[in-house]
Design a protein around this ligand. Structure first.
Ligand code: GLC
Ligand code: CA
Length: 627
């Protein structure tokens, strides 16, 4: 590909371009392997690839696709929970940290997977789910037996509250994240236990040092010793509970109270992470720790990720995911949002990288969020390709570690509105749908809105099986098998096989974007982010500038609409000379076409300009790259 030839020369020439030494404050700290242009690919095991025809994805299935992932250009695999589990919450309810859910495979399969990934020069991180276990974990089975068993205080048990008429009531009014009360009564102890998520996910008691030590041994040491390279830390800010007062009744939790102010970023969180660092992580080779950090503002995020505290490596911030009220409001109240809000939402993570010594992540999809093209761009099939590439170019040129979710590289979409509630699989969507039907059985309009909300933002959108080909069952499982979850109807149009050898496909575009991140790491992955058309509701123009010695700049222009838009280069950068480096249309014109996206890089002034990626596609001269 032309890109490879041209930029290799440019990059080596740049190394010799000298200027005075940078001030010491800008000298790089000891480099962490993860603080770089390496990209992460998240695998949701149930839906990735089924190897044995039982309709459920599995570890051998993942192994069979490692070459595909390597070829895509991702460097780190994040594997969502594969531990043994009753699967109430798709494995986020772990009954044994040291074993594998039998339908996914065996410990030997995991060893093979770790080796297969390492052999290809990639790395693997696992999900670390330690705020709660499954109620079928042997710790909980023991804890629930009595008030005086050795593990009686390993979970959060409280006495009932006496209601007005002497009735037994939960200790406070908290609602769980998945609906209903956050407390469940247990006869054998005559007490309630706390579950911030499903009743089958009791919260562990982090105040108990013995419990913490046991968690570190089974969930961290066990896997680090097997060679995993780090963890994605589930619900990373909930371990330390502040107090147990009643919470405010909010639309999201009504008729229950919201627990957030008592359980998010509690007083001992940082102490716990420092303990994990000292007692566990420092014994291994710089594991990557990426924390899921909902509901946390900039100053607080900094405490977790600043390099002197070494608590977490980076965190997921949910500003983009919560646009339009998603995750914060019940699905039927989620609404559309305006482009300037997206520009603001991205700023927080960008400032973490550029303005502090901390680090960040950039992502638009995961197993808890809808598909990005459906939620943040367009559902119009005519613009599907272009819009997917536009989003790829947008997050692909932002600072921090990039996370891609399975299927995002081919532009998989949300489930269609024509599906029915029986097609849902996620505990939270099913709970919500039943709850709405229980509470408002006659309100047809509201129930219609609820369904639309599910189709727009529910977690099931991301969990449909990966569309590998246009064969029966999308090549995810055998023709004759029944996939555990319905396959999206659009698999004949959107699938890997169709895109693999097509240089103009969404997947090929992603490959180029991932290359760009490696080649121009200092500006693309670490540069300073600035928005140049903040109020514009149609276009999004941002620049990236380097703070190191080359000081090169780049800028990106994106048309978030199906109408033509004016093309304006950022005024502040007009002195500099830029060339178009990557675009999602074949012949970019004087204006921006519908859903058009362009990346401009500053000319390096060494006699060789940038080479347009389309150069080697002469025979396609009349076609656009997006078909
Ligand atoms: C996190 C996970 C989500 C899970 C929850 C409970 O938010 O991402 O999928 O349901 O934690 O473990
Ligand atoms: Ca299987």
């Amino acid at each position: 590909m032309a890109l490879l030839k041209a930029s290799a020369r440019v990059a080596s020439a740049l190394t010799f371009r000298s200027s005075s030494s940078p001030p010491s404050a800008l000298l790089p700290e000891k480099p962490h392997w993860w603080k770089s242009g390496l990209s992460v690919y998240q695998i949701w095991p149930a839906s990735f690839k089924d190897s044995n025809g039982d309709g459920i994805g599995d570890i051998p299935g993942i192994i069979s696709k490692l070459d595909y992932l390597q070829e895509l250009g991702v460097d780190i695999i994040w594997l969502s929970p594969m531990y043994d589990s009753p699967q109430v919450d798709m494995g986020y309810d772990i009954s044994d940290y040291e074993n594998i859910y039998p339908k996914y495979g065996t410990l030997q399969d995991m060893d093979n997977l770790i080796k297969g990934i390492h052999d290809r020069g990639m790395r693997i991180i696992l999900d670390l789910v330690i705020n709660h276990t499954s109620d079928k974990h042997k710790w909980f089975e023991e804890s629930m037996k009595s008030k005086d068993n050795p593990k009686s205080s390993w979970y959060i048990w409280k006495d009932p509250k006496l209601g007005k008429h002497g009735t037994r009531e939960p200790p406070n009014n908290w609602g769980s994240m998945f609906g209903g009360s956050a407390w469940k009564y247990c006869q054998s102890r005559d007490q309630y236990y706390l579950h911030l998520f499903a009743p089958e996910q009791p919260d562990l008691n982090w105040e108990n040092k013995t419990t913490r030590k046991a968690i570190y041994d089974t969930a961290l040491h066990f896997w680090l010793k097997k060679g995993v390279d780090g963890f994605r830390v589930d619900t990373a800010n909930l371990y330390s509970k502040r107090s147990y007062d009643d919470g405010p009744i909010t639309p999201r939790f009504a008729p229950f109270g919201a627990p957030a102010e008592f359980v998010v970023n509690g007083p001992r969180m940082h102490e716990f992470y420092q303990e994990i660092r000292r007692d566990v992580l420092d014994k291994y080779n710089d594991p990557m720790m990426v924390g899921e950090l909902g509901g946390t503002d900039f100053a607080d995020i900094l405490k977790y990720v600043s390099s002197d505290r070494r608590e977490l490596s980076m965190v997921f911030d949910f500003s983009v995911c919560t646009l339009g009220g998603a995750l914060r409001l019940p699905p039927h109240e989620v609404h559309s949002y305006k482009l300037p809000e997206l520009k603001t939402a991205l700023k927080l993570t960008q400032d973490l990288v550029a303005n502090t010594k901390a680090w960040s992540t950039v992502f638009m999809e995961n197993h808890d969020n809808p598909r990005s093209v459906s939620r943040h761009a367009t559902n119009d099939p005519a613009y599907h390709d272009r819009a997917c590439k536009l989003l790829a170019l947008m997050i692909g040129t932002l600072s921090g570690t990039l996370f891609l979710y399975q299927g995002q590289e081919i532009g998989m979409t949300n489930i269609p509105e024509t599906w029915s509630p029986e097609d849902l699989r996620d505990v939270s969507a099913i709970e919500y749908w039943h709850d709405m039907n229980r509470r408002f059985p006659r309100d047809k309009e509201l129930l219609k809105k609820a369904w639309k909300g599910i189709v727009a933002v529910s977690r099931d959108n991301a969990r449909t099986p990966v569309q590998w080909s246009s064969d029966a069952n999308a090549g995810f499982t055998d023709e004759k098998s029944k996939p555990w979850m319905r396959i999206n109807d659009n698999y004949k149009a959107i699938n890997v096989a169709k895109q693999l050898d097509d240089p103009h496909s969404i997947r090929s575009f992603w490959r180029r974007v991932l290359e760009v991140r490696k080649k121009f790491e200092s500006v693309v992955v670490k540069g300073h982010y600035e928005v140049h058309d903040y109020d514009n509701e149609q276009t999004f123009t941002f620049s990236k500038t380097q703070t190191d010695r080359e000081g090169r700049a780049a800028y990106v222009v994106l048309n978030f609409s199906d109408k033509e838009a004016e093309l304006e280069s950022p005024r502040a950068l007009r002195e500099k000379e830029f060339e178009l480096y990557l675009s999602n249309v074949y012949k970019p014109g004087a204006k921006l076409g519908a859903w058009e996206a362009r990346l401009y890089l500053e000319r390096c002034g060494l006699g060789e300009g940038w080479i347009l990626l389309q150069e080697d596609d002469d025979e396609e001269a009349t076609k656009e790259t997006s078909r």
